[in-house]
Design a protein around this ligand. Sequence first.
Ligand code: ADP
Ligand code: MG
Length: 376
Amino acid sequence: MENKLKTLFEKKFGGKGTLYASAGRINLIGEHTDYNGGFVFPGAIDKVIVADIRPNGTDRVRLYSADMDDSAEFGLTEADAPKAQWARYIFGVCREIIKRGGRVEGFDAVFAGNIPLGAGLSSSAALESCFAFALNDLFNNNSIDKFELARIGQSTEHNYCGVNCGIMDQFASVMGKKGNLMRLDCRSMEFEYFPFAPEHHTLVLVDSHVKHELVDSPYNKRRESCERVARRLGIDTLRDADMAMLDAVRGDISDEDYRRARFVIGEKERVLAVCDALNAGDYDTVGRMMYETHQGLSRDYEVSCEELDFLNDVARECGVTGSRIMGGGFGGCTINLVPNALVDSFIATAIERFESRYGHAPAIYPVIISDGARRL
Ligand code: ADP
Ligand code: MG
């Protein structure tokens, strides 16, 4: 990809730029925890966006997206927002840096990626963090703190792309480190690296290509349940609850609220169990926690769907160590921790059984935990 981009840069703009990359991400465990003040557990993957960039001495930005085969040009004031969605991610990053008092001048860039779009691997966060990292290096002497680069990406989604996302995707894409996952505390924003370099397992994502359209804003309802239980317990968020506290108020809350809270509290405990297991290199426990998370998401939190439960069952039947829904639910991917010896047979079985049941094949992405934003 680097050579292709260098050739393209030469052709579009002449001469040479500097190459930067950033990555998509997975989340091993810790789902629906961010708005409950809990933990997420993401890592950057070996699927990337790479950009070749060079300041051009003007106040205009000129871009070529190799994957879209499309160009865009814009100035750097708020009124200059480009029309193309892909360019708005980059415009937003420029604007958010400027709004924070950072410097951005005109530049030329070509870029391309191999992160599937909209598959739950956060290609948009990778795009934002690639440019945020590059513009910090090219125009700001790397004076913007890395965590702030993630916030710049998040604000880009909020203010220029209409996506009201949390910080996890951009955080993982910016801070990711080869062979490490990160436990991010969504309350304090503190984070810690944990080794994730299984010798005998491979992470395999299975994308169901299913997205159920939902009518009754189920996310807000889940959130409201959590908030109601927290209020009943006299705490800010379910982060501060444990099962004994929840059981003590079981008679005063609805069964539905009880089950929602049971998932969130269990998920916090599972993330902590995974931390210990990773420190001990105990991938069987990691896998067991993933299955438990899936069950909780399916039965207690009720954000699964038939297709994802089916994929989870197939994983279990194939002897996969751990498997669960990744992301908010109601479709998308499962993330699977697969013994190396079973990878080929699991992939073949998952494709065959899913296709014969639902009429289309899932997409399969084996991933390796890799570095996040960087200069190449
Ligand atoms: P995801 O879950 O992958 O982040 P989004 O819908 O949030 O899905 O972001 C996908 C959008 O990001 C694309 O529609 C496009 O505008 C932009 N994008 C991502 N990767 C690329 C790429 N390689 N080239 C151009 N635009 C990209
Ligand atoms: Mg996105």
